[in-house]
Design a protein around this ligand. Sequence first.
Ligand code: MN
Length: 194
Amino acid sequence: YSYYALEPFISEQIMTLHHDKHHQAYADNLNKAVEKHPEWGEKSIEEIIKTYDRAPEDIRLALRNHGGGYYNHSLFWEMMSPKKKQVPSGEVLVAIKRQFTDVDSFKKQFSESAMKIFGSGWEWLVIDNGKLSLVSTSNQDSPLTQGKIPILVLDVWEHAYYPQYYNRRADYVDAWWNVVNWEEAAKRFGNGMK
Ligand code: MN
């Protein structure tokens, strides 16, 4: 989708900076790191995120931070859609109701958890041992490293909202619900439960 496709909830300016500058920098730095150890360049990004603690020490932190940044943002773009105001349905809706009572309670808990992240990080809905669960991560860490399967993810780094929402993270989180790609979340849930 285009840079302005998520307007008015996420501005064209944010999407352009976020994708072309921030995400690109993570991709470039990840590529630089794996040039030093080409066997790591042959792995999928998911494999890198799951196993970077076994990587050579001189690239381990780069794989964690820049590999994480590359992976998390790749997911994040897919978790939003120009088809606005989608609602969850099917199996993922059943699982949300089972775990969080109803959709509004789920959104409230997810948003509150996102608000509590101190500094830079991400809020996630994951499958953990066959059940839906909320996870907050710092910096560019991913729950995939702990074997949890991402279903939905929100970037709460300031760069994700500051140009449009300034310090009002709560307004950004509220607005973000309008562009959540529940079709993608349902697909990921279906695959994750197999
Ligand atoms: Mn970001």
